[in-house]
Design a protein around this ligand. Sequence first.
Ligand SMILES: Cc1ncc(COP(=O)(O)O)c(C=O)c1O
Length: 458
Amino acid sequence: MNERSLLADEARYCSFGDTVHYVEPPKIFERCSGSYLFDARGVPYLDLQMWYSAVNFGYANPRLSDAMRRQLDKLPQVASQYLHPTKVELAKAIGEDAQRKWGAKGRVHFNVGGSQSIEDSLKLVRNARGGKSLMFAFEGGYHGRTLGASAITSSYRYRRRFGHFGDRAHFVPFPYHFRGGAGMTKEQYGEHCVRQFERLFESEYQGVWDPRANEAEYAAFYVEPVQGTGGYVVPPPNYFARLKEVLDRHGILLVVDEIQMGFFRTGRLWSIEHFGVTPDIVVFGKALTNGLNPLAGLWAREALIGPTVFPPGSTHSTFASNPLGTAVGLETMKMLRETDYASLVEAKGAHFLQGLKELQRRHPEIGDVDGLGLALRAEICEADGFTPNKKLVDRMVDIGLSGDLGRGGEKFGLVLDIGGYYKNVVTFAPSLHITASEIDLGLVLFDEVLSRAKRDLA
Ligand SMILES: Cc1ncc(COP(=O)(O)O)c(C=O)c1O
């Protein structure tokens, strides 16, 4: 491969509407395995973000790749009006799990990406609430970039050029304790945030509630229980249960976006399970197929998705429930049943978090570290430990991707991803199969990139 001509062809022929190159020139990888990406020189880059948590089970996971190969040899393609077994079996596995956990009957609908499944959920919600098109969503929330999904995603940047095709959400502050809860414990802050939201329903004059009709103007609240793009913000443990009480009292549906935090990223199949509330709709994607196929989907309570309310033709995509995707998704669900991922992720997450806390003691620039399972965060700040320091974190990403880390003979790279409201949060989403020694290596490399970035910018 000639790197220069590849980049020249990209500049000439590829749309840059989707491409975000965080480094210049963009990094090119040739191979992947387990927790590592390899460049053309064969240098291993320890990946601590795994394609925004799409590859929870390691690159080129043999079991999941084999499931895809088997399906490729058997029934790789078939039109959606015909049935194929893995579609039904996968829907059943997800539906049975939901019924066991929440005692609720429901159904699964597949589509070809997270955003498209969010669109489907918007149809379900609007249909169930008499066409109401107004939604609540969180500041810092991310639900995708299709037109409907970007209307409930907090960033105006994603909408600015395109006008409005639907109503944008009413964005409610997420209980982001590190940046909002001064003087309060996490729990007190959780309660405080719910009360702020609850205030909207005090009388008709707060603009969302008609007490005479007993009806809210809003159909649903879209939540990421742990914010993804928003910077892996873990809410106070009491927040969602209290929020759900308010929603139930006012007939507002709870739609849980598990696209990034699902499939045991946080130590549970769905991150909402940590918070003891029952969702009306769960939207999932990414790690369902370990990133091998863009299959995504949703589970919804029967009342919202049964055939009488959501009949044939309500939504469709040619590639929805494609057999390659459903075969891998089914294998993922089988794998999750056979191994105690809850304990495994909890133990690895605790190890990783403890290491980050040790680094925080030595680097005042690490303002906050936190995590749930293997969704971890390190907020990079000025030396005051609070003022966001995007320059420092950007430098860290560059150094990680230079591929010349490590003190001994062997050279390494480090793949980091940045999120957060101020783009200063390292969001760690390592493989759930990462080993203890790889976690230790990750901490050593993280220490090195931070120390080098600090020196460079001194
Ligand atoms: C929480 C969340 N919702 C929705 C999406 C959109 O999914 P997709 O990129 O598959 O359209 C993402 C993708 O990053 C996400 O993290």
